[in-house]
Design a protein around this ligand. Structure first.
Ligand code: NI
Length: 401
């Protein structure tokens, strides 16, 4: 019965959400600078009866106490930041970014509007809500150290007694109406490294007087390709990629040094650290053999997104009660990173992919962070209904006591 009410309310608020999503899309703001976005969110929340907290400079946390006494505190999260890039695309021509060099090409505009929709629905149903609902409008997902980490460090969510947390991301390979779920590891930890090979510059035609860091770098890149294939258990997933290499200026000068930037993707901190040590040892050995040296730095990224099995069960069960929502299995984890993982280090819960791909919106072709990335707004009906219905499913939290 409650689900019928949720669906009606979702359809009722939908047009407003499309306007809001397009407003955020036209006025994107970079990580930790989401000032106007935050203001717009707060303006929307306060008249709905939410208690709004601002523990960081941007973003906010909205708390709604339900009318039904229950030992239950459920958190729902949206990320609100945009990317430093130019966007393109015919399908969103009416609401392209008006800010040069900043664009919502990861769908966070839709995540934000969607959670505001949930806020509207829950406000209408406040008297029937068991326990407390915490809505997290999180800044800075795209940029380390991660808004989720900063929010966790404020201790506010812990003080509010959050028992479980759920979040969603737009997903171009899922259809509208679908939500893709997976238990356990879902997204990888993206660690980065900087590797500098320090040789000795000289004339390109007199290599015997120089120590050529270009040749040494080529050897290092080739050899570290076998770290994953030879040193990692084949049943574990890991990737090592050098994404950037820079050195030298012209064809006839051997440069002093070469710098490489790389990423290590895995599902465990221990494995990532082991791979990192091996990269450093391999590079040191190759460089030393040639008379060169290295400088190496590992920059730790977000932890892996690992979903609590019972929370995924709760999502599946909730979806089954909503005629318009289909839960489908996500075939395999994705090696991209996501700072939702910081919440999961303390709270059980689950991340999910909301199908936003369709030919009508041209949103089934381009992946996250592509200039043409778009989302089918109708997916908000699915996202809102699922998140709101989750609040009424007793299995979506487990009491700590
Ligand atoms: Ni994203």
């Amino acid at each position: 019965m409650i689900n019928r009410q949720i669906e009606e309310l979702a359809h009722g608020v939908y047009d407003k959400l499309v306007d809001l999503r397009r407003h955020f899309h036209r006025h994107p703001e970079l990580s930790y600078h989401e000032f106007n976005t935050t203001q717009r969110i707060v303006e929307e929340l306060e008249p709905l009866g939410y208690e709004v907290h601002r523990p960081l400079e941007t973003g906010c946390i909205a708390v709604l106490k339900g009318g039904v006494e229950a030992d239950r505190v459920l958190a729902l999260r949206a990320d609100i930041d945009a990317l430093p890039m130019e966007e393109e695309g015919d399908y969103k021509a009416d609401f392209l970014s008006q800010v040069p060099g900043v664009a919502h090409c990861c769908g966070h505009d839709l995540h934000t509007a969607n959670l505001l929709g949930v806020a509207h629905i829950l406000s209408s149903l406040q008297e029937q809500i068991p326990g407390t609902v915490v809505l997290i409008f999180q800044p800075g997902e795209e940029k380390p150290p991660g808004g989720a980490r900063l929010l966790m460090e404020t201790g506010l969510l812990q003080r509010l007694g959050v028992q479980a947390i759920y979040g969603l991301h737009s997903y171009p390979y899922g259809q509208v109406g679908e939500v893709s779920l997976i238990k356990g590891p879902m997204m990888a930890r993206p660690d980065e490294f900087v590797l500098k090979v320090i040789g000795k510059g000289g004339h390109a035609a007199i290599p015997q007087k120089a120590i050529d860091p270009v040749v040494i770098s080529a050897q290092i890149i080739t050899v570290i390709q076998s770290i994953v294939s030879r040193s990692v258990n084949p049943l574990e997933s890991a990737v090592v990629t050098i994404g950037k290499i820079a050195g030298g200026t012209v064809c006839n000068v051997i440069p002093d040094s070469v710098i490489m930037l790389g990423t290590i993707r895995s599902f465990s901190e221990e494995l990532s650290e082991r791979i990192s040590r091996q990269i450093e040892q391999t590079a040191t050995g190759i460089a030393n053999a040639a008379g060169a040296s290295i400088a190496y730095e590992l920059i730790k990224g977000y932890p892996a997104v690992v979903n609590t099995p019972w929370a995924v069960d709760a999502l599946e069960q909730t979806a089954a009660g909503l005629p318009g929502v289909r839960a489908v299995p996500l075939a395999e984890p994705i090696m991209a990173g996501e700072d939702f993982a910081f919440y999961q280090q303390e709270f059980p819960g689950s991340y999910m992919y909301l199908g936003t791909g369709s030919p009508q919106a041209g949103s089934d072709t381009w992946n996250w962070h592509h200039p043409c990335y778009n989302t089918d707004e109708r997916a908000m009906i699915t996202g809102m209904c699922l998140m709101a219905a989750l609040v009424f499913n007793p299995k979506s939290t487990q009491s700590k006591s």
